[in-house]
Design a protein around this ligand. Structure first.
Ligand SMILES: NC(=O)c1ccc[n+]([C@@H]2O[C@H](COP(=O)([O-])OP(=O)(O)OC[C@H]3O[C@@H](n4cnc5c(N)ncnc54)[C@H](OP(=O)(O)O)[C@@H]3O)[C@@H](O)[C@H]2O)c1
Length: 278
């Protein structure tokens, strides 16, 4: 198995992943998805990247559409679902929450991945030893939400929390098939996503990295995944770019950092103890 599939590969983290995988001779087949009906220009990406076109995570048939463009005799060693969308929300009368954008965030983050993994598994493209990496965010940790950052951005956070649950459930379904499911915070990145919501003003103080740096860490993480990490939620790059990590979890935190999805007040009060408690 040498095929690697990156879902959401046109920009940001996904684009860096396909470029770096394509530069590695160990990966003979590097697939990237685009929403567009044609592949990006060869001036933007290595010619070895094989593009799956018209893959839109808002489309209910996204799984079948994606699988129809792959060869069932070439199983995948890793699938990284990186596609995401972020629209800010608040409780003000002027702005408030946004129904259509909430649907978009939940669908992209936590509905489409179920349908993609379902289609890949049933097409025989994910077999024993394969790895599925779901790109979540520390934003999806309920425990890490703290008054120092405040509320708002409801669907951004909650859609990633839902993805964390999806990842845990998929890991239970796929454990007996030998497929590892990893849920990750890839790092705070200098991408169009964070610039688009005005978070570029935090890039320097928040320790944001280029998507290339985050991709390198995520590839190393994916390479070393095994069943001990299936269904668990980690920050491979550690706590450095997680604004509430120290106030919630304490000091001297490890890298990689196991992240809590949710914890009781007592557990949080007794500080962070076990990597296995999510
Ligand atoms: N940036 C950060 O600091 C940060 C932190 C934590 C987690 N994350 C997560 O990391 C992932 C990558 O983030 P990023 O910063 O690289 O984002 P980005 O630069 O905004 O790129 C988003 C990618 O997702 C694709 N996409 C969006 N909606 C899609 C849809 N409906 N169907 C198919 N593809 C779609 C985009 O394709 P188009 O080019 O067609 O729009 C693009 O390739 C996201 O899941 C994000 O939530 C990011």
């Amino acid at each position: 198995m040498s095929g690697v599939l990156i879902v959401g590969a046109t920009r940001g983290l996904g684009a860096s992943l396909v470029k770096q995988y394509a530069a590695n001779p160990d990966h003979r087949h590097v697939y990237g998805t685009t929403r567009a009906s044609s592949a990006p220009g060869s001036d933007q990406f290595p010619k070895d990247v094989q593009w799956l076109t018209g893959v839109d995570l808002m489309n209910p048939t996204v799984g079948q559409h994606l699988v129809a463009q792959l060869d069932p005799s070439q199983p995948l060693s890793a699938v990284i679902i990186s596609a995401g969308h972020f629209t800010t929300e608040d409780l003000s009368p002027e702005k408030g929450p946004n129904w259509a954008e909430e649907q978009r965030m939940y669908t992209t983050s936590s509905i489409a991945p179920v349908f993609i993994v379902h289609a890949l598994v049933n097409a025989g493209l994910l077999r024993d030893g394969a790895k599925v990496v779901l790109v979540s965010s520390e934003a999806g940790s309920i425990s890490l939400r703290h008054e120092m950052e405040g509320g708002g951005n409801y669907a951004h956070h909650a859609s990633k929390a839902a993805l964390n649950m999806v990842g845990r459930l998929l890991s239970l379904d796929l454990r007996d098939r030998g497929v590892v499911v990893s849920i990750v915070h890839p790092g705070f990145m200098r991408t169009e996503m964070t610039a688009g919501v005005g978070f570029d003003k935090y890039w320097d103080v928040g320790g944001a990295v280029t998507p290339g740096e985050a991709a390198k860490s995520l590839m190393e993480w994916t390479e070393n995944l095994d069943m001990s990490k299936t269904g668990k939620y980690w920050a491979p790059r550690g706590p450095g770019d997680i604004g509430t990590a120290n106030v919630v979890l304490g000091s001297d935190l490890p890298t990689p950092l196991p992240l809590p999805c949710i914890a009781t007040e007592q557990l949080m009060a007794s500080r962070y103890k076990s990597p296995s408690v999510n």
